[in-house]
Design a protein around this ligand. Structure first.
Ligand code: CA
Ligand code: CA
Length: 343
């Protein structure tokens, strides 16, 4: 009996590792058997942006923003479970943040079911992608694609696979889609991963290989992530990060170099913490992010972040426009403060 329970805990812990977006550890049980849980989080953000355009014009802005997510998880039995979560700014795939004064634009950002059998987890629906990614350079954690996903554990190696539908083109031909494969090796303080994306959405980067390495001794964390595509130019990206924890404080330094055609969707599905200009992900930039984290209370923390970036290739900047992920300003500076609560 005890062994079965331990095994179940192991399987659930594994699933949480694969789906780091959910905050189930602080969830509230809605029934005595703890099969139905409510979970959610709230963020208040203050942000200052300063930009220098290619023609030398300098501008700045201040914004107050918020993010709300509220979800429900249902564990039917040991094998079957389902999860649904509502979030703000649902029209954006990269950001659930709403600027004060704007429409909250609420909808489902997650809705999926999962089946677990021994060391296999299969999921379907609108789900957090089962791709190990620390910096979000390759994949923005806010983007929960419509997908079928498969996870299998072999000793220290985890195999992740997903079939993502970006757009079902119905009678008009093949769908816009992504196939993803990744092998993640984790043992002790060390993690290494090899990934592959095949992307069919009209972007130049069609076949993308990724490499990730993490070293995480107590109190420290160092991560290197590299992405390389088969595009003819600007096909390389890398992100390097170093983190240090000191009691209730945390310090982080990141360096990003993201070529215009180096990651899936040419940047469309990547992070937008370094500011994206057209609400469409981001590439063609290099820059530094500095961050200070402070725990305030259980499930309450504060962080202060500074982003400084510039464009890499002017010929891609010149192609940027509405819906383009190519960074087209000369330089940008962002100062941000986030207050985060979750349950
Ligand atoms: Ca994001
Ligand atoms: Ca179809």
């Amino acid at each position: 009996m005890k062994q079965v329970r331990l095994k179940r805990i192991f399987v659930i812990a594994g699933a949480l590792l694969v789906m780091p977006v959910c905050v189930a550890q602080a969830a509230i049980d809605l029934d005595p058997a703890a099969r139905v849980k409510l979970f959610g989080d709230f963020r208040l953000r203050g942000e200052y942006d300063d930009r220098t355009k290619q023609d030398g014009t300098q501008q700045s802005r201040n914004r107050l923003r918020y993010r709300v997510r509220l979800g429900i998880a249902y564990q039917v039995n040991e094998r079957w479970s389902a999860k649904a979560r509502m979030a703000t700014n649902i029209s954006s795939i990269n950001s659930p943040h709403v600027t004060f004064g704007d429409d909250p634009d609420v909808g489902f950002d997650q809705a999926y079911l999962a089946y677990q059998f021994k060391k296999i987890t299969a999921s379907a629906g609108k789900l957090p992608l089962n791709y190990w990614n620390s910096s979000e350079m390759v994949w923005d954690k806010d983007f929960n694609p419509d997908a079928l996903s498969y996870v299998q554990q072999f000793n220290h190696i985890q195999l992740n696979a997903a079939h993502i539908i970006l757009q079902d083109n119905s009678w008009n031909g093949t769908d816009d889609k992504i196939e993803m494969l990744q092998a993640v090796y984790a043992k002790g303080d060390v993690l290494g991963a090899l990934g592959y994306f095949n992307v069919n959405d009209g972007s130049a980067a069609k076949n993308i290989f990724t490499l990730s390495a993490q070293y995480k001794p107590p109190g420290w964390r160092g991560v290197l992530e590299v992405s390389s595509s088969d595009a003819k130019q600007e096909s390389l990206a890398c992100a390097l990060q170093l983190r240090k924890k000191l009691g209730e404080m945390g310090f982080r330094v990141y360096y990003f170099y993201v070529g215009a055609q180096s990651i899936p969707g040419d940047g469309r599905y990547g992070q937008d913490d370094f500011p994206d200009q057209n609400g469409a992900g981001l590439s063609n930039f290099k820059g530094v992010r500095l961050q200070y984290d402070q725990k305030l209370d259980k499930n309450a923390n504060l962080d202060v972040r500074l982003y400084s970036m510039r464009a890499i290739d002017d010929s891609f900047s010149a192609q940027a426009g509405s819906g383009s992920p190519f960074f087209s300003d000369k330089e940008r500076l962002r100062l941000q403060m986030n207050l985060n609560l979750k349950f």
